[in-house]
Design a protein around this ligand. Sequence first.
Ligand SMILES: NC(=O)c1ccc[n+]([C@@H]2O[C@H](COP(=O)([O-])OP(=O)(O)OC[C@H]3O[C@@H](n4cnc5c(N)ncnc54)[C@H](O)[C@@H]3O)[C@@H](O)[C@H]2O)c1
Ligand SMILES: [Zn+2]
Ligand SMILES: [Zn+2]
Length: 390
Amino acid sequence: MGRSLAARGCRGARAPAEPISLDLVAMRAVVLEQPGQITRVEDLELEAPRAGEVLVRIAASGVCHSDLHVRDAEWERPGPIVLGHEGAGFVEAVGPGVTTPRVGDLVALSWYYPCLRCAHCQAGRQWLCSDTRALDHRLPDGTTRLSRSDGSAVMSYLAIGTFAERTVVAADAAIPMPVGISAEVAALIGCAVTTGVGAVLKTAQVPVGASVAVIGLGGVGLSVVMGAALAGATRIVAVDRVAEKLERARDLGATDLILAADPEQTLSAIRAVTDGGPDFSFEAIGLASTIELSVACLPRGGTAVLVGLTRFGARASFEAFPFVDGSQRILGSNYGFAVAATDFPRYAELHLAGRLPVDRLIDARIGLDDVEDAFDRMRRGEGVRRVIVP
Ligand SMILES: NC(=O)c1ccc[n+]([C@@H]2O[C@H](COP(=O)([O-])OP(=O)(O)OC[C@H]3O[C@@H](n4cnc5c(N)ncnc54)[C@H](O)[C@@H]3O)[C@@H](O)[C@H]2O)c1
Ligand SMILES: [Zn+2]
Ligand SMILES: [Zn+2]
């Protein structure tokens, strides 16, 4: 009793009109049975969207280090689970009551759909929503639309599971993109760009003329570099242990490049080029040693912004007296303080205006079968974003 539907209307970036049966869609996805194990591409079944949900055909999905944290069992997560949380695609169907997005829209997926009712949401701090089920990898009604052919449930990472041909997500997690945005750029807006640029513009509110150090230059750290350039930082010091990353950072606006080897030398090098320390340091790796470096390099009055996520249980320390005496600050920045519905389109427009060259983060287009290879390259620090085009 499959309904069939074709993309219709014309607004924004549109999908080619291909009718699909909506009751149960068979599709391929990258499944992690349990953290620490090798991922496998499997054929799964995807149920039609229910009230308040939409079905999205994934057109692009970046591989982010947060997927690798789960893959490598640095974070506990339930399995089996479809990984991927930096994706974009075309809406193929909407459940009852959904008015936005519409069928055919290109949407960037947010990995944090807000409940819109909790105290944080009411105060406009959706990135802190305490009632979202997204962090349990569940849709708002507490379930998943994914299953294996034997009927057993499969979870969807952060309730969007984008390493897949299709996904069903909360309508509030699917943000329409303006005309002219490619699916690949939209995908990166879904995590790296929003996290990095938002850390600069929203969390730290870096003023024009500030000096900034960015430690770790993956998709997230390079987005911090782009954000710092956009904010008008006059000195942007880029730090990584891989030389290739430094050149990427220069291309995006970094003024000083430091190849990290010995921590003491790195610390002196950062201080030397920032006249005693940067106004803002951003840690975009998630290691205790580099978190400590981000605090140690600060001058009096400086602010360290922690963006990288550590393995569970990690601790970092710093010398308390100069921190207090120097009125320094440490800020944690989750998802660049994102309110996806307004921030995603804003970052997309900045890209279209030539002020956020997001496309320069993309190294290669890969298939679903290449995810383990992408993880290996990421462990070695090779390249920036590999984008899965299912
Ligand atoms: N706060 C958030 O909301 C949020 C969102 C997304 C990702 N993250 C986290 O941000 C971090 C970065 O993500 P990514 O996708 O950019 O990762 P990535 O692996 O692409 O980039 C990490 C970079 O750090 C460099 N590096 C590693 N160890 C180093 C060291 N000791 N010294 C100097 N450089 C070193 C690597 O060469 C690489 O360039 C991860 O921990 C990820 O989980 C946080
Ligand atoms: Zn991510
Ligand atoms: Zn909420």
